[in-house]
Design a protein around this ligand. Structure first.
Ligand code: HAM
Length: 419
């Protein structure tokens, strides 16, 4: 038997309601705030991610699905969508269309990570990107929208963790401070951290090795080494959040695993998720568009992991069930012919109808199937009904049934819906 590849999985019809609920909530919320959907390709030139996410990041160093196409061009399945959306923003000259551009996306991403609960190799994100303003009100309002989205899904008790990772100016000062802290620990740091020390010591915050994590937990925080402009920006973001009444926790060591961040960086943690407890992450990336060859346009955004979001939905969420309004139960060929035309009429008036032509199956087993599908009604065309030109409508919740003429079907269904 051929099975799905390790770290990739099917989302089955019985769970799709949860996904559709989350996706519909994302679209409705983001569109309320003026965002428009963008769909970028699943694969991009590898160079986009090398320049966008940064070669010192774990994603680029060890998690990308990179391959050569038939002409030898290096392509990569997108591990995230901020760099691709920034590429599209530049390529289509969106700056000329509007000063501030708000885009959102929903789709699969790919990272070669060790699969575990909440961590997949093909996973899904919904995210937003705002281009064109570095005003702290963008940070605060986008965070407010994010929390409105999560609240709409019924998610509570979330932990919003906030930091400012500064700009290149504060970072070069901080780099020296960090290297001084790490110096005495260098002999015991892991091999990856030795690599990080050379390329970008700030990436040592990504290390998962317990001893190194302890070293990093005791490291000086970048928040205490911000330049005046970054400090002021962060203060204003916080004050807008306070005005909104949004609670958050400041963690001066939250660095995020991608190189493009500047100033605001944040994550939302969900306590029920276990080890992979980051529901989402995001921040400001004011240099990214320029680094990718575009104009100097600031940006801000976030991406939510949909697997983790779907797992965190409360039991009380009202999900679309996809159940049919009517299942046709027809015995014999003549009945199937009539059922086809009745079903067509019902669908034209907007009802969900299922017709499985199973002439050899007893009415009883067809009724069982209607129950399994959680249909509201069974429309029964047995031998008696066919002979008399009638039909029987049975409400499955309480078993009440009426035998009526075809012409009365719509009014009976409409009346029953009102009752
Ligand atoms: P990220 O923190 O790498 O940020 O990913 C965002 C979210 O995607 C994570 O918090 C997590 O929920 C989910 N995620 C990441 N990797 C996996 C995985 N292997 N399996 C399941 N879920 C996963 C970004 O991707 C940035 N592009 C976010 C952003 C947008 N920043 C600015 N704009």
């Amino acid at each position: 038997m051929i099975e799905a590849v390790k770290g990739a999985r099917d989302i089955l019809p019985e769970e799709i309601g949860r996904w559709q609920f989350v996706e519909a909530g994302a679209r409705a919320t983001f569109e309320l705030y003026g965002f428009h959907e963008i769909r970028t390709p699943i694969f991009e030139s590898t160079e986009l991610f090398l320049r966008g996410i940064g070669e010192g990041s774990d994603i680029v160093a060890k998690e990308m699905y990179t391959f050569a196409d038939r002409k030898g061009r290096s392509l990569t399945l997108r591990p995230e969508n901020t760099a691709p959306v920034a590429r599209a923003y530049i390529e289509h000259g969106m700056r000329r269309r509007s000063e501030v551009e708000r885009l959102y996306y929903i789709g699969p991403m790919f990272r070669y990570e060790r699969p575990q609960k909440g961590r997949m190799r093909q996973f899904h994100q919904t995210g937003v990107e705002v281009f064109g303003s570095d005003h702290p009100a963008v940070d605060a309002e986008t965070l407010e929208m994010l929390l409105a989205f999560l609240a709409r899904l019924g998610l509570k008790e979330l932990d919003l963790v906030l930091n400012s990772v500064g700009c290149p100016r504060c970072r070069s000062d901080y780099r020296a401070v960090l290297l001084r802290h790490l110096g005495p620990h260098e002999p015991v740091l892991c091999d990856d951290c030795h690599r990080r020390l050379q390329a970008n010591p700030l990436r040592c915050f990504d290390c998962k090795v317990p001893a190194d994590r302890e070293t990093m937990a005791a490291a000086p925080a970048i928040l205490d080494h911000l330049c005046a402009a970054c400090r002021e920006h962060f203060g204003r973001v916080r004050s807008y959040l306070d005005d909104f009444g949004i609670s958050y926790r400041v963690d001066g060591r939250l660095m995020r695993g991608l190189d493009y961040y500047r100033r605001t960086a944040f994550e939302v943690l969900a306590p029920g998720l276990g080890a992979q407890n980051a529901l989402l992450g995001g921040g400001r990336y004011d240099g990214l568009v320029e680094d990718l060859g575009g104009p100097p346009v600031p940006g801000f955004g976030f991406a939510v992991g949909l697997e983790r979001l779907v797992m965190s939905l409360p039991g009380s969420a009202v999900l679309p069930d996809g159940a049919p309004d009517v299942v046709m139960v027809a015995s014999g060929e003549a009945a199937i012919g009539r059922a086809l035309s009745l079903a067509r009429g019902l669908r034209r008036s907007g009802r969900r109808v299922v017709l499985d032509p199973l002439p050899g199956k007893s009415l009883k087993s067809q009724m069982r199937r209607a129950n399994d599908l959680k249909a509201r009604y069974a429309l029964i065309l047995g031998e008696r009904e066919v002979a008399q030109g009638l039909l029987t409508l049975k409400r499955l919740a309480d078993g009440i049934q009426v035998t009526i003429g075809e012409g009365d079907l719509e009014t009976t269904l409409a009346g029953a819906a009102r009752a």
